[in-house]
Design a protein around this ligand. Sequence first.
Ligand SMILES: [Zn+2]
Length: 485
Amino acid sequence: MPLSRFAFTACALLLLPPALAFADGLPDLGDVAQADLSPALEQRIGQSVLNEYRADPDFVDDAEIVGYVNRVGQKLASHIDDPSQSFQFFVLRDATLNAFAMPGGYIGVHTGLIAAAESESELAGVLAHEISHVTQRHLARAFAKQDRETVPMMVAMALAILAARNSAQAGMGGLAAVSAGNIQSQLNYSRAYEQEADRMGLQLLDRSGYDVRGMEGFFQRLLRFSSLYEGNAPGYLRTHPLTTDRIADMGNRIEHMQKRTLPDSLDLRLVQAKILATDGQGRDAVLNFQLQLREKTYRSELAAWYGLAIAQLRAFNFAGAAQALTEVRRCEGIHPKATSPMIETLAAQIQQKQGDVTGAEATLRAALQRWPQDRAVSYALIGLLQDANRHDAALRQVKYDQQYWPNDPQLYLLQVKSYTAQGKQLMQHKALAEAYALRGQWSPAIEQLTLAQKAPDGDFFEYSQVDARLRELKQKKADEAKDKF
Ligand SMILES: [Zn+2]
C-alpha cells in the first residue's frame, strides 16, 4: 500500500460519523457480532469497496493487464467445488509484493507481485492461496471471531463507503476510500488459516494444471525478501504471516504431488513488460528496456522489445516504437507459437499514432477474427473508431459485443462516450445508469435514469423503457435496504 493509504486510516475512522454508515436506507448492523456475514452481504461489501478502489489513481484499468490476471484467476476458480462462488480479480499499481482477498470473492493484486513472478504457476500459486481464503470463508470467520467492538466498526467502515458513494458526497467518498484498503490489512489471518489456504491452494493449483512447485518457489522468495526488510516486511507478509514451518509443510506436500514443466507464458512476460513500460516517465522506461536489451538481462527478448515499443510511444517517439515493433515481429517469426493479441493492439496503436487509421483498423479487425473472445482487442477497436469520430460504427461494435458480454460495465461506458459525442441525451444517461447498476450502485443509477426521463430527445417507446427500468432499480434498492444480516 502506498504510504498515504496507511497514514490516513486512523483519522478516517475518527472523522466518519457513525450515522453516515446508516444513511441512505442502509440496514442497521443488527447482531452482526454473533453471526457470520451472509454471502449476499459479503458480496455487497466487497463490491462497494471495489467501487471505491476504482476511483483510486493506483487502480489499473488497463484491459490487457487486468484481463490476463482474470484469465489466470478464472482458470483456477473454475476448479473450486462451489460453483455459486464468483471471483473478480483487480490490479493496483503498487511496487510492493501483495495480494489480498476481500469479502465476496474480490481479489486484489499489486503490480509489484505480478512483476516479480518467475512463472505463471507462481502467480497462480498466490491467487490460489487467496481464492482458498475465500472458499474457506476465512474472512467471514475472522469477522465473527473479532471482539464485538471491532466487528461492527469494520462493517460500519465498509457500509460507510457504500453510503458515501450513494449519497454522492465526493469528498467523503474519497476519504472513505482511504480506510477501505485497510479492512483487509487490519484483518491479519491467523496461522491456522494461512496453512489451510496453502493446502487448499496447492490442491487447486494442481487441479488447474499448474506446476505446484510455483507456490513454494514464490513463498520462499518472499521469505528471503522479508529477511532483508527488518520490521518492514513486504505487504504480503504483514497480512499473511509466513513462517519457515509453512514453507516446510508446503515442501512436504509437493514432494508427493505431480510436478509439471510448463512452457514459459508469453502473456505473463508481455504483461510484466507493460507494467514496467507504463510506470514512471516514458523516457526512463525507454532507457530501462534499452539497457535490458543491451545487457541481455531480459526473461524474454520479444517482451523486452514489446516493452521498449510501449515506452517509446509514451515518450512520443513513434518511429522508435515502430522500430521496436519490427524487432517484436522478428522474434515472433523465430518462435511460431510466440504470438499474442497484445502485440496486435500495440501494432494498431503505433499505426494510429503514425496517422495510418485505416491500417490500424485492419490490424484490429484481423486480430478479432483470430481472437474473437479477446475483449481488450474489441475495446481497442471501439476506441479507435471513437477517436476517428465514427460513433455509429463504434456503437455497432458495442452492440455486437453486448450479445456476448451483457454484464460488462465497460461496454456501457464506451456507449456513453459515443452517445455524448452524438448529443443523444436520453441514451447517454440510460447507458450510464446501466454501468452503475452493473456495479451495484443503485443510487447513481437511479439518478441517471431520472435525468433520462427529463431528457428532451426520446420517443414514446424510449421513455417508457426508462420508466420501467427506473421502477425496477428503485425496487432493487428498497429490497437491499430491507436486507437483514
Ligand atoms: Zn493468506
